[in-house]
Design a protein around this ligand. Structure first.
Ligand code: PMP
Length: 447
């Protein structure tokens, strides 16, 4: 039903019709679907994106959080232009910027004594897990329900699904394959626990103490919006890994560089053995990082037996962008206070507007990340939101996204509302979101 699409988007629709015959669903990846068709984005600058019909939107998608400094940031653009002019695109050979980037990461990130680079978050988590298996000689990995660690075979379990019906008992969840075609043999090595369920975590780790290679966790559970680790939860992950000789992996693909220069581990004071990062490290250029303890990283080839190689690993242009980005972040610590203040302004304003409109919505934020869950109160596990998100509140969520689009605000289409602020957002942008939301809550007041 195209008639319900709120914005003038004739060219997007034409592109959609064209793309669909050569690209499945007209989009490269399910994260890009929009109902009834995706907006095709033409360009982005600062806090805004423009679609192919010339509509301008205030962007809160921020390229899935990859853009921390705002789109097309001058420092990053200049570094990339210089790289292209003076060095080229990539060599698939050792180059001087790699060492510089690794040094910066070692300086910024608490657990990092060494670092290597791949391209995507999914690759980095796979390399981290393989390394953990290599050094422990064990096979099992424990992950938390709803945590997303990329599409790779070993970790693409129990993420976005109907956990109530498909996830098994709350205190002993069963792994749910996220995708058709996942190797069923991977299942026997996956253990799933609910986020913040310290008791079940402890029991299940102890049951598998001799088989457990790694615990992998989002130290801030942003794939469910903003769900924070309760006091003691990450500390218990750390203590259990130490007790049974497993490797603790923090997946900081979202939180890395975004919540603090040294990521969530710096903000929270719990230090893992390995960390995976991506997204914000190069403000939108594709590069991911695996970093951690020296004695572990030295097990990667060529110093160790764990295969590590990729044509585009250490891609020169991406590394140039990452060097410029990490340098900027180190020089600009006040950025994090600025983002915190904007995030709080947004959260407080939205909470107040929701209360005024009697809206049943939970508004959460941490630093530059905010989320809204209709029909839920402050979630602490994935099940708290999967209960409501995909069923009775899908409609109101979609209505909200459309309402905001009509008012020039681009929020990623998902089963929850999640947004990323950038250095390019300002108080006026935030107030526009609050006021537009206020009118939504008022118009949708349930009597
Ligand atoms: N880990 C986390 C925590 C993520 O949020 C994501 C992507 N959203 C990934 C891993 C996978 O990263 P990529 O999409 O770059 O493969």
């Amino acid at each position: 039903d195209y008639s319900s699409w709120p914005v003038r988007s004739v060219r997007s629709r034409e592109l959609y019709d064209r793309a669909r015959s050569v690209v499945p669903g007209g989009v490269v990846g399910q994260g890009r679907i929009y109902d009834p068709y995706p907006l095709y984005i033409d360009r982005a600058d600062g806090a805004h994106v423009w679609d192919v019909d010339g509509n301008r939107y205030l962007d809160f998608h921020s390229a899935f959080g990859a853009v921390l400094l705002g789109h097309n940031h001058e420092r990053i653009r200049t570094a990339m232009e210089t790289c292209l002019r003076e060095r080229g695109v990539t060599f698939a050979a050792a180059h001087p910027l790699e060492a510089e980037l690794a040094e910066r990461i070692v300086e910024m990130v608490p657990c990092a004594e060494m670092a290597v680079f791949s391209c995507t978050g999914s690759e980095a988590t796979l390399h981290a897990l393989r390394l953990a298996r290599a050094v422990t000689g064990r096979q099992k990995v424990l992950k938390f329900e709803g945590n997303y660690h990329g599409w790779n075979e070993h970790l693409n379990w129990s993420v976005h699904f109907d956990a109530e019906n498909e996830g098994g008992p709350a205190e002993r969840p069963v792994p749910y394959a996220e995708s058709a075609g996942v190797a069923q043999s991977a299942r026997e090595n996956v253990l799933v626990v609910q986020y913040n369920d310290t008791e079940s975590l402890t029991r299940i780790v102890e049951e598998h103490r001799d088989e457990l290679a790694a615990v992998i966790v989002e130290p801030m559970f942003f794939n469910a919006g903003v769900v924070l680790a309760e006091p003691g939860f990450l500390e218990q992950c750390r203590a259990l890994c130490d007790a049974v000789g497993a490797i603790l992996i923090f997946d900081e693909v979202i939180t890395g560089f975004r919540v603090a220069p040294g990521g969530a581990q710096q903000a929270l004071g719990v230090v893992p053995d390995l960390v995976t990062m991506g997204k914000a490290v190069a403000n939108g250029m594709p590069i991911s990082v695996l970093a951690g303890r020296r004695d572990l990283l030295e097990n990667l080839s060529p110093t160790g037996p764990t295969f590590f190689s990729g044509t585009f690993y250490g891609h020169t242009l991406s590394v140039a962008a990452a060097v410029a980005c990490t340098q900027f972040l180190s020089e600009t610590p006040e950025l994090y206070d600025q983002l915190d203040a904007l995030g709080r302004r947004l959260r407080d304003g939205l909470r107040e507007a929701a209360a005024e409109g009697d809206a049943q919505v939970s508004v959460e934020s941490y630093g530059s990340v905010w989320s809204m869950h209709f029909g839920a109160s402050s979630p602490r596990t994935y099940r708290d939101i999967s209960k409501t998100a995909k069923t009775k509140n899908a409609g109101v969520q979609r209505d909200y996204q459309r309402w905001m689009l009509e008012r020039g605000v681009y929020i990623h289409p998902h089963y929850m509302i999640r947004g990323y602020l950038t250095a390019a957002h300002n108080a006026d942008h935030i107030d526009h979101v609050i006021e537009s939301s206020r009118s939504f809550f008022a118009a949708h007041r349930s009597d």
